[in-house]
Write a protein that binds this ligand. Sequence first.
Ligand SMILES: [Zn+2]
Length: 441
Amino acid sequence: MGLAAAMPAQAQGNVSVVRDAEIEALVRDYARPIFKAAGLKSNIDIILVNDPGFNAFVAGRRMFINTGALMQSETPNEIIGVIAHEAGHLAGGHQERLRDQIARAQTMAIVASLLGIGAIAAGAAANSSELAQAGGGIVMGGGEAARRSLMGYQRTEETTADRSAITYLEATGQSAKGMLKTFQRFQNALSLSGTRVDPYRISHPMPRERIANLEALATGSRYFDVEDPPALQQRHDMMRAKIAVYTQGQSAAARLFRKAPQGLANQYGDAMATYLYGNLRSAQKKTEALVGAQPKNPYFHELLGDVLMKANRPGQAAEAYRDAVRLDSYKSGILRIALGQALIATGDPASLKKAVSEINTGLERDRENAMGYRYLAQAYGQLGQIPEADLASAEGNFYAGRYQDAKVFAARAQAKMKRGSPGWVRAQDIINFKIPSKKRG
Ligand SMILES: [Zn+2]
């Protein structure tokens, strides 16, 4: 289930949130030490927005990062620097102003819907072509002025956030070189994403003076020349390979690693491209070679599971996903749900029961995963547990933002449940939920 697209119902056509265990784990690894140094709670949700423009911001306990920002960052240090700067805004209380403005600026339908309930719900497991279509990016509801008023930080806040960022990088023994490089790029108005304007550049004014101050601070650090550990750089490269293949097509990863075609990341990109666009037997061989090179990498096992699912061999796919789950120290719900999906596809009753258990465990970790509820409903349905299936459908629709459908399923489930039981109570919550009125920008 690599890089599954999730489309919130309220914002269809406007935004695409992607879910991926590997990328979420890596970005969390980037953010965790920084957040700790900033004195912020580190249990943040990473929301990956499928958009080639550069953007990253923190709201509450959610960090939003565009796939474009990850792609444009050649090293972990570059994106870590941006995360440090955003953590500076958060620790400085600049977010409070942002949140006030979000409440007021209804033209920013996209941000509002992203922050709303159900917005990060997974819609459907997308195949590559759906995902490519979903890559249209965020269409902003308002004009540039609205964007500025909502997202723009004040100059003093920028200075504060820069200084804080330097402190966090210093405390974690990391260089500010990447942050400086990224901000200099924005100052020079160069956008790697082509003609479009990166949203980050609009929200973060980069006057020459600010960059000069930042440069002085950054180069003054004894960590300025510290480089990312090679293993982290490799994970970063593999993430970029994945985003490239899934969002930019078959040969995108190969283009990315033209200068270093021998690396594992390029091999990974090739295996994913073969899985998405090529021969499945060849994809399996390539993925097994990756597993051989890094047997403890859960995401290579996940890819093997994906390949085997596509080849209609769910029993073997379940084995591969089970390895991925076992090796995943981050305990991603996404991998559990993938395992559950494979178990359902095997079709026998014992596997269906295991599927229910795996998916429920996955959903405990990833409560808003609408796709997980869909598979759960399917497993319960095939087991003949209809009230449970209806409740799962209610939850799935709820987190996908289809509230009316959610209420219909909840009522149906409740009718067959014992009054006051946990399922009954949950159904009642959905029935009682007040549907947010549609706001158009
Ligand atoms: Zn800023």
